[in-house]
Design a binder for this molecule. Structure first.
Ligand code: ATP
Ligand code: MG
Length: 572
């Protein structure tokens, strides 16, 4: 059965992980078996262009495009552009870029709800003619008051019984711009006593005297989501209209409108939206972060937006893999952000070259090493993949190691360098610390060491062992770089639950280190280049700020697998 199969061509290896069930596959397979849509599968991803896409949208994209691919169907990209006050072309462009980056293709199927405005208007006129819609001249406040509550029915508008002719004339006047905003709306005539509030004569059209980014000033009335969405699905002959759970109640209205107009009728299916720990996934909140400069922009590497993940260094495969692993369920839940990090680690473990970089350099002088000598050491590019070969890295008298790989007075469990101790330098020699140089303030600024020439390559012929292997770079050959270290943007596990989500922002979500020292091969790293700095994590040359002569690296993730730990705890 396909619910348990691993995904086809576009994910990296998922062999150790069983793909979680996706109940929508079963629905599609049953529809294929019964011939409900003549074996067609047509899905759509319908973003409103009022912000950048985030990882939650990636779930929906992978689901819609993934299912259509799996069943040889098509998936439409449709911009739900019915609210001109909040939408613009920058968002339209970024959304297209993000969907493509994720590896999906809508081919010829790019649509805009605004392209249907004429047809939607005609459908509204038909509803009026059938006496199933009316122009209500109550104020927004009166409409709200008369809607009733969960316990009490609503009450009919005094304008509910206008004649068809009167409604047609008024609706035409709305369209012609003869009324002010808020003077009236078009409502479906359904049932003000319906137990489902959404069915109490919902608004279908409202007046908005705003220019639209595609239709300019052609319209001053705009359809509501519930009216436009189902009819756009119908016009495009969508088969399975997938949306998140909060639209479950809207399904009754979706069906009512399509039934009333007796048009082609897709099936709306709701699934659980993605929530991520330590993250907000709501465009409204993300816009706030951008507009109030809590982040540097939509593509700030701390943002859960697709453009932020891209800039941080995530690969499309890792995001798709994440979306496959979280599964598709009917109940909301929160996914641990550690799983997302696990997915990029797993991808880069196989593909990213290992290199050495020192983030907080401490000078080391090898006293018994010749002044002008440079030796070339052999370093393996990726122990996980022998085909990636090896490279030469220079070793010389003055090196850098990491400041925190040395302690003057090491406690018991610290096995790295200390006065009189011997450690291995990766791919090079054993060194022993013989002297510690401090500045006036007492800060350690340099170590004097000796090396054992017999340990070249990293092993002692006499069999003696060391307890630590340190990364290092040769001072005179090193490339300098700025390195940006990231943590979660929020301290709260569920920031959205706080009174003010911004009060839970993490003050240490980014730390910028200047003048880090990298092995010389990285001097020519192109923006977007990804690698593992040994012992430190996976890094990516920033696609905006980095250049070969001005390197800026983002840490994507550390090497610590928090997900494995969480899984272990869950099993206990
Ligand atoms: P937000 O709630 O972030 O403001 P939205 O739902 O208003 O997002 P749309 O542009 O309307 O954003 O969303 C496009 C599609 O993406 C919709 O089908 C929506 O259900 C889906 N989607 C949005 N957020 C998530 C999420 N967190 N998980 C899964 N799907 C989502
Ligand atoms: Mg929406």
């Amino acid at each position: 059965m396909s619910g348990s199969k691993t995904n086809g061509d576009h994910t990296s290896d998922t062999s150790e992980v069983t793909v979680p069930p996706n109940f929508i596959r079963y629905i599609i397979e049953e529809d294929m078996a019964t011939g409900k849509y003549d074996g067609r599968v047509v899905t759509r991803f319908p973003p409103e262009p009022n912000g950048y896409l985030h990882i939650g949208h990636a779930k929906s994209i992978c689901l819609n495009f993934g299912l259509s691919r799996e069943y040889n169907g098509t998936c439409h990209l449709r911009f739900d552009d019915t609210n001109p006050g909040k939408e613009n072309i920058e968002y339209v462009n970024s959304i297209q870029e993000d969907v493509k980056w994720l590896g999906f293709n809508w081919n010829d199927h790019l649509y805009f709800t605004s392209d249907y405005f004429d047809r939607l208007f005609e459908y509204a006129v038909q509803l009026i003619q059938m006496n199933k819609a009316y122009v209500d001249s109550q104020s927004a406040e009166q409409i709200r008051e008369n809607r009733g509550t969960l316990k009490e029915p609503g009450s009919n508008s005094p304008y509910r019984n206008r004649t068809v002719a009167e409604n047609l004339a008024l609706f035409q006047k709305m369209k012609n711009g003869e009324f002010d905003e808020g003077a009236c709306v078009l409502r479906a005539r359904i049932d003000m006593a319906s137990p489902s509030i959404i069915m109490r004569d919902p608004t279908l059209y409202r007046i908005r005297k705003l220019d639209h980014h595609r239709t300019n000033d052609q319209w001053c009335i705009y359809p509501m989501y519930d009216f436009a969405h189902c009819l756009s699905d119908s016009i495009e002959k969508i088969t399975h209209s997938l949306c998140t759970l909060e639209f479950k109640n809207n399904r009754e209205l979706y069906d009512w409108i399509l039934d009333a107009l007796d048009v082609y009728h897709p099936q709306q299916i709701e699934f659980a939206r993605l929530n991520l720990s330590y993250t907000v996934l709501s465009k409204r909140k993300l816009i706030e972060l951008v507009q109030q400069n809590h982040v540097s922009g939509w593509d700030d590497p701390r943002m859960p937006t697709i453009s932020g993940l891209r800039r941080r260094g995530y690969t499309p495969a890792s995001v798709r893999n994440f979306c496959e692993r979280i599964g598709v369920a009917k109940r909301d839940s929160t996914v641990d952000v550690a799983l997302l990090e696990y997915c990029i680690r797993e991808d880069l473990n196989k593909t990213a070259p290992r290199v050495m970089g020192v983030l907080n350099p401490l000078r080391v002088v090898i006293e018994n090493f010749p002044e002008d000598l440079t030796e070339e050491m052999d370093a393996v590019n990726n122990p996980e993949d022998p085909t990636m070969g090896s490279r030469k890295i220079p070793f010389s008298k003055v090196l850098y190691i990491e400041q925190d790989d040395f302690m003057e007075d090491p406690p018991k469990k610290f096995f790295r360098l200390g006065p009189g101790r011997e450690v291995r330098l990766r791919y090079a020699y054993f060194i022993t610390c013989t002297d510690v140089i401090k500045d006036d303030s007492g800060k350690v600024v340099e170590l004097r060491c000796t090396y054992d020439p017999a340990t070249r390559g990293g092993d002692a012929p006499d069999g003696r062992k060391v307890k630590a292997t340190l990364h290092w770079v040769s001072a005179q050959h090193a490339a300098s770089a700025e390195v940006r270290l990231y943590e979660n943007l929020f301290e709260a596990e569920n920031p959205a639950a706080a009174d003010d989500f911004k009060a839970t922002l993490n003050d240490n979500s980014v730390r910028i280190l200047k003048d880090c020292k990298l092995e010389p091969g990285l001097g020519s790293a192109e923006p977007g280049f990804r690698c593992q700095f040994e012992r430190l994590g996976y890094f990516c040359a920033d696609i905006k700020d980095s250049a070969p002569d001005n390197l800026v690296f983002n840490r994507i993730v550390t090497l610590r697998d928090m997900w494995a730990k969480i899984k272990k705890q869950q099993k206990k």
